[in-house]
Design a protein around this ligand. Structure first.
Ligand code: ATR
Length: 280
């Protein structure tokens, strides 16, 4: 029986066991996917020992993604660019690390908007400069955009992101002060929120979407609630919206394929299952 895990601290709120459990059942596979709570001080030891404990691999979540990046034997090019690892597996005794948030975000965009959506987008405006922003930017860099602007409350973090990820792909990458968002909006055909603003219990993301161009695409990676105030405002203005839940579902696909050998589908049934858990 193939065993996989999600490791984090705390870990009880993770929805990954629901997703992988659904796929194991759907495809009739003999396997398990379990939550493992590991404190930061013990993570290095856990990382080295999981293959000997019989695990094929697993997911890594807060606060271990950077420690996983530093501790694996080898990393994919994507993980290298993002600077964080969320998926582990073993190949010939070597522990590999990937960052599947990158393909998760892009697969969800393609699925929601239809391939070719980039044709309408010259400039993407990414709000936030944390780990999630790095994954979003790394994904967008694979597409034929002209510009990617990264706006962050702490400008120095946007500058760090641009320094670390710049020079990859066709788009020019530039940092933007948080106060510059209003004047950047009219030229941004894709707007992505990667900050925690708009999440349940957090203040809303207050940007004036009246300044966004007609036909703009507004994506949020926040998925609790599923319809954030940003997405509600975008819908009210007739803009195209992309919610945050799809990224969570799609980022799980590459790991499942590695560990269990089946490429799982992100179906409406899976979405409904996870949504019921979020709303419950
Ligand atoms: P993640 O890995 O999910 O990206 P993170 O690294 O903690 O999480 O990043 C959180 C992002 O939300 C950051 O861009 C943060 O801005 P700062 O770098 O200035 O902290 C942003 N953020 C959080 N609260 C915010 C607020 N009240 N206003 C503006 N941005 C905020």
């Amino acid at each position: 029986m193939t065993k996989a895990f999600i490791v984090g601290h705390p870990i009880k709120h993770s929805r990954s066991p629901l997703i992988h459990g659904h796929w194991l059942k759907t495809y009739g596979l003999e396997g398990s996917y379990e939550r493992i709570d590991v404190e930061p001080v013990n993570f290095g030891e856990f990382l080295k020992a999981f293959p000997a404990r019989g695990f094929a691999g697993g997911n890594v979540t807060i606060p271990h993604k950077e420690a996983a990046f530093a501790g694996v034997d080898r990393r994919t090019a994507r993980a290298e660019r993002v600077g964080a690892v969320n998926t582990l597996w073993v190949e010939d005794g070597t522990i590999w690390g990937d960052n599947t948030d990158v393909v998760g975000f892009m697969a969800h965009l393609d699925r929601s908007l239809g391939t070719g959506w980039e044709q309408d987008v010259d400039t993407a405006l990414v709000l936030g400069a944390g780990g999630a922003a790095r994954a979003v930017v790394a994904g967008l860099q694979d597409r034929p955009l002209k510009r990617i602007l990264v706006a962050n409350r702490t400008l120095a973090k946007a500058e760090d992101l641009v320094r670390d990820l710049g020079g990859t792909g066709p788009a020019a990458l530039a940092p933007l002060a948080w106060e510059g968002i209003g004047s950047a909006l009219p030229g941004a055909q894709l707007i992505v929120n990667t900050t925690s603003l708009g999440m349940a219990g957090q203040p809303p993301l207050a940007i004036d979407l009246d300044r966004a161009p007609a036909g703009a695409i507004v994506a949020d990676i926040v998925y609790v609630p599923l319809e954030t105030s940003l997405l509600a405002a975008a819908s009210a203005r007739g803009l195209r919206t992309v919610d945050g839940l799809g990224m969570l579902l799609h980022q799980a696909v590459p790991g499942f394929r590695r560990w269990f050998g089946v490429t799982p589908e992100v179906t409406p049934a899976l979405r409904a299952l996870v949504l019921a858990d979020i709303e419950g």
